[in-house]
Design a protein. Structure first.
Length: 102
């Protein structure tokens, strides 16, 4: 069984006991959260559209962290313009605990 969820403006295909990194969520480590399901599928049943409101996907927050560092370097030739900037995107690691079709 799997489900397609939406969080942080992105969509993910998840299954039970899967660990995934998503955009940072305002939740504490160990909290259980409910995710918005767009579609769900088990062996004999596919649910999507308005019926997907009956699907509940529960996940547990495992940890918070920051991603790898990105180095941004802007350069304009012959203008003596050079700008260096760095970025580390925060993320939340989730473990999907349950997918229910009701």
């Amino acid at each position: 069984m799997y489900a397609i969820i939406e969080t942080g403006g992105k969509q993910y295909k998840v299954g039970v006991d899967q660990i995934l990194s998503v955009e940072k969520l305002e939740a504490n480590v160990g909290d259980k959260i409910s995710l918005n399901a767009l579609m769900a599928c088990n062996d004999d049943n596919v649910v999507f559209g308005t019926q997907a409101a009956n699907v509940s996907v529960t996940a547990e927050v495992v940890e918070h962290g920051k991603g790898d560092k990105l180095n941004i370097f802007t350069y304009k030739a012959k203008k003596n313009v050079r700008k260096r900037q760095g970025h580390r995107q925060p993320y939340t690691k989730l473990k999907v605990t349950d997918i229910k079709l009701s």
